[in-house]
Design a protein around this ligand. Structure first.
Ligand code: PRX
Length: 647
């Protein structure tokens, strides 16, 4: 399971000095050290603090059943009730959602309005035949209809599977086939940096590739000029909403262990990896961390720049923040998309309290210059958060000073699609921050760094990051496949462990610095790609014999670097390059297009014939090359290096 021969940890860039918690923040923080001590005193039962943030139809008596590996196993609840109904008494006229669209539109829904829409869509889905447990696939950009449909599914106990709008029709079909989903809610298209991208052929292509019948609902995003011709078994979202306006749908009580949603991510095989999150544990985890780490309160306006199609959007745009009854600002488009003032303008306009974004976006803002944020009044901000990849200390400092004015704590939150919510981060107002370091594992979580044999390494030594305690947001797959007791012995000194796929270093005080992926997954600009998935698409192109994909860095930008070996010397590289782009676009989506394609007569291989990706990764990062003596073809290295540089 551990990476073995290709594994090497870089520990050169160790982080900067600690930064004290701004006092003004600590005074008002949602959690105090005293509350957090419950985790030391009560162990797993302290997660009751998370469970108690929710409203249960049938209260749980057990927090965690270690035998079955289930959270709140005897509890029942409904996620849409937790995100909507229970807020209506106190704040029905408070804004739940403010949406800022790509074309400059603003749409606002109060909690009451949002709840009415969710009820109407839930009634509409029911009428189309959706029942408890059915998988409904959602494929849309960041528009309110997506969030409404997610909650409508949750209301009737259907399981949503959001497929990021940038995926191709083929990728959408693969995911629908895997989950045996017979319902698709899709938009007619989306806007990317102002240009309309049509999704009209989606439903047709999907249907052609699937065994099951598919009922489709089409959301109009592109307006009257882009009418989507409705076929048989295709319905208009707008009609559905109008036909069921005013109807209420009784929420379906779900067992805490029932699925809330599925989401696909890149795994270590060539196939997309399905991750299933539960209704009780997941919701408790995201609500608790939204409260304790993001410090969200109902009176806040909260902005997270992620796309709803990925896990961050699910956990920290929809479920956590709405469970706490806050105002969510939803922005369609990338955080760092021009105009350069847009994000700052939105923060000023809506008096945003909390900004949760990615290091990649901040790097772009930093490149653009501090004059853009300086033009705006950002003093409403109270907390800043980052997610998705390590943040370099200088980028952290820039964010802290130029966006937070030195007064807002920055939480560098480490987690994954699989973990559902934060696992490693400082708690603002409690822990000192260390730029470049995510921070300690959350109270109740044990994060360990181990070597290839699974033995814990000494502090300040690189190794594989393992999580040795269960957590409420753990996916169903983990409890099903690695039952607590059955996996004992995975690590010599531990009963159970989840191997994260990341390399890390822990210091003497338990602060964890993430060093990046050590498995066949790459993380480029905060986005996750399976190398084998990309490689199998590239090798499928006629004329390509072998391929290896790594992440690279050219001193300015991170990128996907594809090394490919044509099967004849006389290959037309221009045509091959085009064919590779085409294949990736159709089979995955244009967002996964390689930033560099380097043709090479041979790929570097070990004596046992394994492609040495680590070496390619060093070349793609412009690093000093380590030992190449284990290669059976060391003579290709120089050639690959110069091809990478000249490309
Ligand atoms: O490598 C880690 C990196 O992102 C991976 C998880 O990717 P994904 O499942 O797409 O989820 C992203 C949003 C949670 C991790 O294995 N990662 C995530 N957060 C951090 C991070 N690396 C360093 N620091 C972080 N704060």
């Amino acid at each position: 399971m551990l990476g073995g021969e290709e594994f090497e940890i870089e520990t050169e860039e160790l982080p900067a000095d600690r930064v004290a918690v701004p006092e003004s923040f600590a005074e008002q923080a949602n959690v105090t050290p005293g509350q957090l001590r419950r985790f030391t005193e009560e162990g797993v039962d302290a997660w009751e603090m998370a469970g108690d943030l929710l409203t249960w139809d049938r209260p749980y008596r057990t927090v965690f059943d270690a035998e079955a590996c289930d959270w709140f196993p005897d509890g029942q609840l409904n996620a849409s009730v937790n995100c909507l109904d229970r807020h209506l008494d106190e704040r029905k006229n408070q804004r739940a959602l403010v949406w800022e669209g790509q074309l400059g539109e603003t749409r606002t829904d109060t909690y009451l309005e949002l709840s009415r829409k969710v009820n109407a869509v839930a009634a509409g889905l029911r009428e189309l035949g959706v029942e408890e447990g059915d998988v409904v696939t959602l494929h849309m950009p960041v528009i309110p209809e997506l969030l409404v449909t997610m909650l409508a599914c949750a209301r009737i106990g259907a399981v949503h599977a959001v497929v990021y709008a940038g995926f191709s029709a083929e990728a959408l079909a693969t995911r629908m086939a895997e989950s045996n989903s017979s319902y698709l809610v899709v938009s007619d298209g989306y806007y990317r940096r102002g240009d309309a991208v049509s999704l009209t052929n989606r439903a047709e292509t999907v249907r052609a590739g699937l065994d099951q019948d598919v009922t489709t609902v089409v959301v109009d995003r592109l307006g009257d000029n882009h009418q989507y011709p409705l076929g048989a078994d295709e319905h208009q979202y707008r009609r559905l909403l109008a036909d069921h306006r005013g109807e209420t749908v009784d929420p379906v009580p779900r067992d805490a262990t029932d699925e809330l949603f599925l989401i696909y991510t890149s795994g270590t095989t060539g196939e997309p990896k399905r991750v299933t999150h539960t209704t009780g544990g997941y919701l408790a985890h995201t609500a608790w961390t939204s409260h304790a780490v993001l410090d969200i309160e109902p009176s806040d306006t909260y902005l997270c720049t992620a796309d709803l199609g990925w896990i961050t959007g699910h956990s920290y745009i929809v479920y956590g923040p709405l469970a706490l009854g806050t105002t969510v600002l939803l922005r369609e488009g990338e955080a760092d998309q021009p105009p350069r003032t847009k994000l700052w303008e939105l923060i000023e306009k809506h008096a945003v309290d909390i900004l949760y974004t990615s290091p990649t976006a901040i790097r772009t803002f930093m490149k653009w210059g501090e004059e853009y944020p300086e033009e705006y009044d950002l003093s409403s901000l109270r907390l800043l958060g980052t997610v998705g990849e390590p943040i370099n200390p200088d980028v952290w400092q820039w964010l802290y000073e130029h966006v937070g004015g030195g007064e807002c704590p920055v939480v560098d939150t480490w987690w994954q699609t699989e973990t559902g919510g934060h696992l490693i981060t400082t708690i603002p107002g409690v822990d000192e921050m260390q730029p470049g370091t995510a921070g300690p594992a959350l109270p109740g979580i044990e994060a360990t760094v181990v070597d290839e044999t699974g033995a814990e390494v000494d502090p300040n030594t690189g190794g594989y990051l393992a999580i040795e305690t269960p957590w409420p947001g753990m996916p169903r797959e983990l409890s099903e496949e690695t039952r607590w007791a059955e996996t004992s012995g995975v690590l010599p000194d531990s009963e159970w462990a989840y191997m994260t796929g990341d390399g890390a270093v822990v210091d003497d005080e338990g602060y964890v610095t993430i060093l990046g992926r050590v498995d066949d997954v790459i993380n480029v600009s905060g986005r996750r790609y399976g190398t084998l998935e990309l490689e199998s698409v590239i090798v499928g192109v006629e004329g390509i014999a072998e391929a290896a994909v790594v992440s690279g860095y050219d001193g300015r930008d991170q990128g996907i670097y594809a090394y490919a070996n044509p099967d004849t010397d006389a290959a037309d590289e221009l045509a091959l390059r085009e064919a590779i782009y085409q294949a990736v676009e159709t089979q995955i989506g244009s967002f996964a297009r390689p930033d560099r394609i380097v043709f090479t007569p041979e790929l570097p291989k070990t004596s046992s014939g394994k492609i040495m990706r680590r070496l390619l990764s060093d070349i793609a990062h412009g690093n000093e090359l380590g030992d190449t003596s284990a290669l059976r073809n060391p003579e290709v290295v120089g050639e690959i290096e110069s091809a990478t540089q000249s490309d």
